[in-house]
Design a protein around this ligand. Sequence first.
Ligand code: HGY
Ligand code: MN
Ligand code: MN
Ligand code: MN
Length: 416
Amino acid sequence: METRQTYASAARTIIDRCELLATFSEIPGQITRRFATQPMRQMHEVISNWLRAAGMVVEVDAIGNLIGRYEANKPNAKTLLLGSHLDSVRDAGKYDGLLGVMVALSCLERLHQSNIRLPFAIELLGFADEEGLRYQSVYMGSKAITGAFAPDQLTLQDEDGITIAEALRAFGCNPDPTNFSVSRWSPRELLGYCEVHIEQGPILEERDMPLAVVNSIVGQQRLLFQFHGEQGHAGTLPMNLRHDALCAASEFILAVEQLAGSVEGLVATVGQLEVQPGASNVVPGQVQLSLDIRHEDNTRRAKCASQLHVVAKNICARRGIALNCQLVQDSPTVFCAQNLVQRWQEALIAEGYPAPLLASGAGHDAVVISTLTEMSMLFVRCTGGISHHPSEAVREEDVEAAVAALERFLLLTAKE
Ligand code: HGY
Ligand code: MN
Ligand code: MN
Ligand code: MN
């Protein structure tokens, strides 16, 4: 099973598959694949065929996660979870999420082709919604796996007024609230969770290394701010009488940049801005913006978030504008399981690769899964550290390294 040449051809297949899957998009010419959409459904069909051919039984759960199960060589065995997400950001790259699913699939294909079953079962999870693009509600896929998905979210609407429940029904799922009340797993049935993912940052490239073992995932908050000003005529409303929602929001955005620049380790981003009514000759009446704020230290992050809320309130008070603020996501910093980190390092070294440790600045479904079972991640170098961008790229030999490392990790797990 384990020759360099076959790893190379596995890597070629993985990259070809990522290229093919990139064509499943809501927008022609770019990759945009939101939760429970038609392109996601079509992608499920293609991946399901690959999973079945690799000896797995396939199902789609109530939230639209694609799940392939590779049985153990004995009854009542525990299960190891592998996976990553199948959804994307707007105008995404080809590898964020998908690479992890394709690397895990490749290892299972290799086991199946060699007629190898392990003393534990493996479930390969293709998560339905990690990025939160459609409903601003992140990690819905992994939350459904752990039993943390709140059914009251089923009434959330997307920009076309379609609720999550309606989207799921159209997708072929049954969004009955009782389907989300418990996890499909009890922790004692599980051996842990492992996610392979592109690094999405420049450190591995800087160090000239293909892989890293993740030791922690930095905590993040996402908030929505609404600035309610007063709409008016751009030609007749004097400047001193205006309550321009966009001017208030702009002042706030620059304050966000300033704070993040002055606090070591803090990153903060306003990436979404909706201006109403949105016409060149109308003073903006309403603005909604997103704030994404991250810091490894949970207390520090919470303090900066509330500091920014106070800044927004002061700007609005001065400008005669009403403010609403809503917390959409609050994930603490989580640490990967030490025993799995060590096993990953052993696997990398056994395959002849350095085994550096890295913190993840990006969020992952692994954060949610860590509430259910021990969690670990492997990072793969990506070109220029570029991610959430169409030019996301990986080197074939690094993908080869990832397949070798995951395969070795599985064999080490079998010896435990
Ligand atoms: O935002 C994140 O860190 C992740 O890519 N969803
Ligand atoms: Mn992402
Ligand atoms: Mn991702
Ligand atoms: Mn007019």
